[in-house]
Structure formats: C-alpha cells, structure tokens
Design a protein around this ligand. Structure first.
Ligand code: IVH
Length: 673
C-alpha cells in the first residue's frame, strides 16, 4: 500500500473515531451527519480498493460480521464479581459500620463513590496495545461467552484506546444496556414485523447481545457504561475508584455522569434518595445504587467474602408501584388443586412491564387487605418477581362493593372445594379427575428438573390437552407424528424433535421420576432424599411412616402425602402405565454416602454455578447435615454463591464463617474432612 494512502487511512480513523467519541460518548457532536458520512464512505472506498488497509479497529468494522455457530467460552483473567445487596437504610448503615470496623476507623467518615446500578448485563472489554481484541459476558464470573463481534457494533465502545501510549493489556468492565428510546423503537419495529415485543429493556439488551448474527445485533442500539477495571499490564494501578473512572473516561469510554463522591454513609443515603426520585427522568433503567469504597488501598485491606467484595454494596430501590383498576377476581387451580385468587387488572405499566394479572396469594390475604372487585388498587412489581396487589386505595372505593368469596365448587371441574384445617389454601377435591390439575401435572412432569422433555412447554401442553390428545402424563408416550402435525403451527421439524425428546425422557433417574409424579409436598430436594434412601420405586411405595420420617427433613405431613399418593389406585395405574411404556431408571443409582456432616448446620444463599441450591441441600442432608433457611449463632457456615444477599451480612455480623461454592464442592467430595 502506498505511503500516502496508509497515511490517509490513519487520518480517517482518527477523524472518524474523534467524531464518534464526541457524538456517542460526550454527547457533543462536532460535525453534521452528512460530513461524517462523507468521511466514512471515503474510508470504505479505500478499504475496498486496498483490502489490506482494513484493520479490526477500523470504524467501518462496526456493522457486524458473518453469523457464528455458537459462542465460545472465555476465561476471565480477573474474576468478575457480584455484589451484596442492601434494601433498607439500616442495612446500608450496617455495611458502613463493618467497613469502618475493618479499617479501624472509629469516627472518621469513609469516602465512597456512588454509581447508578444499571439494569443490563455485565461485560468485560479487553484491549491489547490499545486495540479492542475481545469482549465477553460475565457468565458465572470465572468464564463467560465471547461476544466480541456483537460488542464491536456498539458505537460507544472505542475500537482503539484514545491514547498514544497504550498499556499492554487493559480490561474495562461495565454494563451493556438499552435506553428507553432504543427499546421503544425496537418494539415498534417488532410490532410492524408481527413479532413478539420484548418485555423490558434488560431482556431486549440480553437478547441483542446474544445474537449469533452480529448484523442483527448492530440493528439494535445498545449502550454501555464502564465502571471498573480488570486485568492491567504496563500501566500503574490507579489509587482510587474515582481515578479509575477518570482514566477510563480519558481513554474514550463512557462513564455515567451521575457518578458522585459521598463522604460518609449519610451522604450516601441522600444520594440514593435523590436518584430514586430522579429515576423516572433517566433515559435508562436502574435498579439501585452501587456504593464503593473509593481508596483502592482500603479496598485491598477489606478484601472479599465469597465472590463479593467487602468494599462495595448495591442498595436496591424498592419495588415499583402503580395504580390501576381491579376488574375482577378469578380462581386458578394449581397442580395440587390449590386455588389461587388472581386479580384481573386494567393493564398498567409497572417495573418495566405491562401488568394485567396479579396474584392475590390466598383468601387470608384478600381478607387482610380488604380487596374487592372494582377497587382501585396499588400494584407492585420488583425485578423478575410476580406482580402483586399491595393495597386498596380506599378513598377511591365506590358504593360498597361485595366481598370476594371463595367458590364452593372448582371453577374448572365443579368438584367440591375444601379447606383442610391448618392450611391457608383452599383446594379442589377433584384430584386428577380435574382437567386443570391434570394439565398442571403434565407441565410439571415435563419440566426441566423433572423428566426434562425439551420443547414441551406449558403452551404446548395446553394445546395438546385442548385437542384431547393427552389426558395424563402416560399419554405423552403414545403421541404420534400425525397427531402432533395436526396441531396448528406445528412443523415437521419441531414434531420430530418433540417425539425424540419424549423418547429420550424414557431413560431417567429415580429422583426425576419421583419428582415428576408431583406428589404433594415432595419437591426436588425431597425426591432426591427419597431416591437415595430407598433406592427403588418398589421400596418407596411400600415404605411405612416410620421409614419415611426417619429421613431428616421428612416430617409426618410429607410422609402422609407420600403414603396417600401411593395408596391411590389412580396413581398406581399411572405408574404402571408409564413403566409399561418403557420409562425406566437405574436402581440405587445414588451412591450411599457416609454421614460425615452430622451435627453441622448450614445455610445456602445466592446462585451456585455447578449445582442448584436444592441439589446442594440434598447432598448436604445426605451426609447428615441440617440445612436451614436463616442464619443464627448455631449456623456452622454459610455457603454463598452469586448475588448472595443479606444472609452473608447477617453471618458476618454474627461471626459465622462464609464460604464459597468451591469450599462446598470440596466438602461434598468423597472422603472429605
Ligand atoms: S461493580 C466488584 N458497578 O451489578 C463489583 N456493578 O450485582 C462488581 N452493575 O454483575 C460490580 N451497575 O452487572 C458494579 N456501577 C456498577 C454497576 C454494577 C450495574 C451490575 C453488574 C454486576 C451486578 C452485581
């Protein structure tokens, strides 16, 4: 390539990335779009004529590349941590107290940096000698997915650091999110194309970042803010969080302009209240504030507990609320017949989604909150949890509406509704004769932690039942291709896949089978305990109360549910039918482990990456340990996964050891201790 061409290419790179930086990062455009386009096209033309001039950091390389087959896992050089949460002012004050205690600061204030907690996805951007070489999702904190091609399409991410003297390695960490404006534009275009809308900006951002086709990702306008550093080589480590942010800003990264220094915890709480007030005016969703001890020397002194730093905390905003009309109350019948009152609401936008149904939990709740049809109510929704009716706006109540009454008959099968003493929930007495219970039982049977029939989701079960192709779980195993193809919108490919998945589920484990049966009060954990204690289905079916209650965690109520289930001729028929269709599970497949942990009491919190909390619980219990839900002085240790929450705080204040998942796995190894 001629020298003047390569000089012009370098000049165009600088001009275009300067303009983009001013436009996207500083929000101070310096040229018109037309002027930018002229320069951009000039660069494109040179690159077409001289392909060797096209480098990965060229501003033309943001448009997306050919689709990938899948994402490759990449290990993070420095793990990406999670944060402990605080929900109240007291919890925040308690956090500050612990920080000061560890830093041996009796009176003086600690300096914190306050940053909005963006509701998006954590990512890590790696630059080698100033060039963006790799971007990855957080994943489980140790390794994530390589999403470089998609991140490249985000205009706010510099493809080259804005410095003449780049460090050998710099990893910048931050949050990818979608602004309200981009979210609304995206959903409007989804609607035009007849595609389903995204429920909230977070889901839309996640979906866009995980597009295998980065050209599609490029069409979705994602944004990013950087809030930290990972691996650093060839550069001095900054002295404070604030300085780290300043350096990131100088290198061309967008830093959130709401970031502020707060001296002492009262200033932190003021900041939190102000941001909560201003939240509706922000251009993006946030779900709280992150407070970080500013001085890095102090951060080092404080260190980590499990996988969250002791020097930072996320103070979450309270659940969002909205006012709407409660149009009517209906009763839904669950898998075990429990009747749940559901509020049908005039649709209202709250906590990032439109809500038109909300749970009323049970009759006691309705009574306690005095909720009536036609009331104006406050609906509340926090994060991903089910929306609920918080309270009635009594001032708005007109002409004394009638109280909500429990139906005497099941709304689905007309069987009598019964309330057992000591229970809050009313139940339909129809058992598996009730169509609603049958459907729920099938959904449960097919679900991930039960028989795991891939592709058989709730909607499809509804469809199959509507068409009378299945009435119980055993019917699944005699479904034919013809029957499946008779369903609306069912293609040949999906039908084959489903049949294969059903076939594959015939080979299962005793635990999955027991759980899949949906015995009342027997969850995944209980099924695991039963499977490993009894080893075979026959042994379990003939177990007496004594044998059942001998298992820690199985009391007389659960034991009686189990016995009732197996005494019911319907259940026996169903089991026979499943076995005769070829469903099988190896006997005694759970290893008998020694009770090495008898007398120990553990608490599990946060998300584990190698196993579910339920699985961890089963494993600990099998070894004779007790697993409880709350931390007390008697607790032997707390095992904390990701996003551990307030149990860790409690443990720390009681001096109970907090261990991570690796320690748990070690404890569960054969011959541990
Ligand atoms: S710092 C060392 N700062 O929150 C702590 N995280 O609950 C690492 N997040 O996975 C995180 N805004 O996705 C930090 N200003 C901010 C943040 C932030 C959002 C997210 C991030 C992280 C999660 C932890």
């Amino acid at each position: 390539m001629e020298r003047d061409i390569s000089a012009r290419v370098a000049q165009l790179h600088t001009l275009l990335s300067d303009h983009a930086h001013r436009y996207y990062v500083l929000d101070q455009p310096s040229v018109s779009d037309a002027e930018y386009d002229i320069l951009f096209r000039e660069l494109q033309q040179i690159e077409e004529a001289h392909p060797e001039a096209r480098t990965p950091d060229s501003p033309t390389q943001r448009v997306g590349a050919a689709p990938l087959q899948g994402f490759v896992q990449v290990e993070h050089a420095v793990p990406m941590l999670s944060l402990g949460n605080a929900f109240t002012r007291e919890e925040l004050v308690e956090f500050d107290r612990r920080v000061r205690e560890r830093l041996e600061r009796d009176v003086s204030d600690v300096q914190y940096v306050a940053e909005p907690k963006l509701d998006g996805l954590a990512i890590s951007l790696r630059y080698e000698n100033g060039i963006f070489v790799q971007g990855a999702t957080r994943g489980d904190g140790r390794s994530g997915e390589n999403v470089t091609a998609n991140l490249r399409t985000i205009d706010m991410i510099p493809l080259r650091l804005r410095t003449d003297n780049p460090p050998a390695v710099l990893e910048a960490r931050g949050e990818v999110y979608m602004s309200h404006a981009s979210f609304n534009a995206l959903n409007a275009s989804m609607q035009v194309q007849g595609k389903p809308a995204f429920v909230n900006p977070r889901n839309a951002a996640a979906g866009s970042l995980r597009q295998l086709d980065s050209r599609k990702s490029a069409e979705r306008k994602l944004s990013i803010y950087l809030y930290g550093l990972g691996e650093l080589q060839g550069m001095d480590v900054p002295e404070s969080q604030m300085q780290a942010l300043e350096i990131l800003g100088e290198l061309g990264f967008p830093i959130n302009s709401e970031t502020a220094i707060c001296s002492g915890i009262d200033a932190c709480y003021d900041y939190y209240e102000r941001l909560n007030r201003d939240r509706p005016q922000l251009a993006y969703d946030i779900d709280g504030v992150v407070f970080k001890v500013d001085a890095l020397s102090e951060q080092r002194e404080l260190g980590f507990v499990s996988r969250a730093p002791r020097w930072a905390i996320a103070q979450k905003f309270p659940a969002e609320e909205a006012i709407t009309l409660l149009e009517s109350v209906e009763f839904q019948v669950g898998r075990t017949g429990a009747l749940t009152p559901v509020a049908r609401l005039k649709p209202v936008f709250v906590g990032g989604v439109t809500v038109s149904n909300a749970t009323l939990h049970n009759m006691d709740e309705i009574e306690r909150k005095d909720i009536r049809s036609g009331d104006t109510v406050v609906v509340r929704r926090a994060g991903d949890v089910i929306p609920e009716v918080a309270r009635v706006v009594l001032e708005e109540r007109k002409n004394d509406p009638k109280k909500i009454e429990l139906p005497k008959q099941c709304p689905v099968c007309d069987s009598a509704v019964v309330i057992t003493e000591g229970e809050v929930k009313a139940r339909c007495s129809g058992g598996l004769q009730c169509a609603a219970q049958q459907r729920e039982a099938i959904k449960h049977f097919a679900s991930r932690n039960a028989m795991h029939i891939d592709g058989l989701g709730d909607k499809l079960v509804e469809q199959l039942a509507d068409e009378k192709l299945i009435a119980n779980v055993a019917d699944l195993y005699s479904l034919s291709m013809e029957q499946l193809l008779s369903l609306p919108r069912m293609g040949e490919k999906s039908a084959v896949k489903l049949i294969n998945a059903i076939n594959a589920s015939r080979q299962t484990t005793l635990q999955r089978f027991i759980f899949g049966l949906g015995i009342r009060d027997v969850g995944e954990n209980g099924s695991g305990l039963l499977a490993s204690r009894f080893g075979t289905l026959d042994a379990l079916m003939s177990a007496d109360e004594n044998a059942l209650t001998n298992i820690d965690d199985i009391g007389p109520i659960v034991a009686s549910s189990i016995q009732q289930f197996f005494a019911n001729p319907h259940s026996r028929e169903l089991i026979d039918s499943l076995l005769s269709q070829g469903v099988e599970f190896p006997e005694n497949q759970v290893e008998q482990v020694e009770e090495t942990l008898t007398g120990n009491i553990y608490v599990l919190t946060g998300t584990m990456s190698d196993m579910s909390r339920d699985q961890a619980k089963t494993q600990l219990q099998l070894r004779g340990a007790k697993v409880t839900g709350s931390v007390s002085k008697k607790t032997t240790a707390v095992f904390a996964g990701d996003d551990p929450g307030s149990k860790v705080t409690k443990a720390e204040s009681l001096g109970v050891p907090v261990l991570d998942e690796a320690a748990l796995l070690k404890l569960l190894e054969p011959n541990a201790l």
